[in-house]
Write a protein that binds this ligand. Sequence first.
Ligand SMILES: [Zn+2]
Length: 362
Amino acid sequence: MNWISNVVPPKIRSLLTTRREPPDDFWRKCGGCGQMTDKKALEQNAFVFPCCNHHDRVDARARLKQLFDKGEFTVVPAPEVPLDPLKFRDGKRYTDRLKEAKARTELADAVLIGEGTLEGRAIVAAAQDFRFMGGSLGMAAGEAVATAMDRAVEKQTPFILFAASGGARMQEGVLSLMQMARTTIGVRRLKAARLPYIVVLTDPTTGGVTASYAMLGDIHIAEPGALICFAGPRVIEQTIREQLPEGFQRAEYLLAHGMVDMVIHRHKLRDTLARIVAVLAGSTMATGKRNRGRTSGRLKANGHLNGSALDGKAMEALAREGNAMIEPVSDDERFETRKPEGRATTRPETDKGKTVPPREPS
Ligand SMILES: [Zn+2]
C-alpha cells in the first residue's frame, strides 16, 4: 500500500512515522448519530453519548455502581448450576462459549446480584449483562434472579432489576424455558412479602425475559430508545408482511401505548429509583410494622400494597405520613411522546378495510 511500509525497515519507519494512533478501544461510535466519543468521557457521562443523548449499553457491574450509594455494593453469590447438561454444540461447544464469555466479562453468568444502600435505604438489585451471551436467560441466570429475589425477601428490602437480554438461552433448551416459570415464582414471593419490585428495562429486553419477570414488576421504567419486545420487529415484519410504524417496540412507543410506566433519562434514573423506593417501601413499612392512620388501615384490610392495586390517593396520603418525598414533575421534565397521527400509523393496514355494521333502527 504505502512505500514506507514496503521499503523502509521497521526501525527507520518508526522514526519517520511520528504520529501515534490512539489505541483501538479509545473511541466509541454513537449508535444514534454515528459520532465518535472517547470512552473515558462516555463513562463519566454514565454511558450516554453527549452528541444526541443516545443511551449506550452498560455492563452489569457499572450498572450496580451507578445505582448504589457511593458506588459501593456487596456481590451476592448465585448458586452453581450444572454446566451444559444437554452437551450442546452448534458451531462451537457450549462449554467453550461459556468459558469465553466468563473470561471476557469476569462474571459467573449473565446476572450479577448486589446489595447495599440507595439514599440510605437497604436494597437488593440485580443487573443483566448483555455482553454475556446476549444476557440470555439460562439456568444460571434464572437461578441468580430467583436468588436475588429471595435475598430481598430475607432482608425485607425492595428489589430493583435491570433487564437486558436477547431472551432464552437456546443452548439449554427446555431447561432455559423453565426459568421463566422459576423467576415468576420468585416475583410471587416478593409480592407475598409485600416488597416493591421495580424493573428497569434497558436496551434490549426481549424474548423470554420480557415474557416473564421483566414485565411483572410493580413499576416499569424504560431507558430512552430501548428496544423492548417479545419477538423483534424484523421477525414480525417478515411474518405479517406489513410495514411497522416508526419507533415500533421502542421505549417511547411503549409508553405512549401504556406498556411501561415511564421513560427516564439515565442521568435521572437513580433519583427516580430512590424516590419510588422511598414511597413504596415507606408504605410497606406503614402497614407492615405500625398502623399509621386510616389510610394504611384500609390498605391492610384490602390486602393490597404495591402494584396497580394501590390507588393514587392512598399512596399519596401514605407517602406524606411516611415522610417520603413526592415531587410533582414540572411540564418541561415530562417525557414527550409522539401522538399517533390517525389510525393508519398505529394500526396495521388490515384493520382499515373493516367496517362497523350500522345500528339497526329500533
Ligand atoms: Zn450521537
